[in-house]
Design a protein around this ligand. Structure first.
Ligand SMILES: [Zn+2]
Ligand SMILES: [Zn+2]
Length: 84
């Protein structure tokens, strides 16, 4: 099973999902950073694609990614409601 995943990733480098790094320091019990998948919808010129992010503040999961004009998810420590 592991070999199959490795081969598929190596053969399709552009399929590696974007990851929005929100600076979350919360780790799952296995030591990995939890993330979720957003869907950047198709605009007619390009296909929809998935992008991952680990911001703990997301509530909408079908939205443009930051690379395509979407609003960046809230970063940990930069919450707008905190004021500065
Ligand atoms: Zn998110
Ligand atoms: Zn996108």
């Amino acid at each position: 099973m592991a070999n199959l995943i490795l081969r598929e990733t190596a053969g399709n480098p552009q399929r590696v999902a974007l990851l929005f790094e929100a600076g979350a320091s919360i780790l799952a019990s296995d030591g990995s950073v939890p993330f979720h998948v957003h869907t950047c919808p198709s605009d007619g010129k390009r296909e929809a694609h998935a992008w991952r992010c680990n911001s703990p503040y997301c509530s909408i999961f079908e939205d443009l990614c930051p690379d395509h004009g979407g609003i960046e998810p809230v970063r940990v420590g930069r919450e707008p409601w905190r004021g500065r």
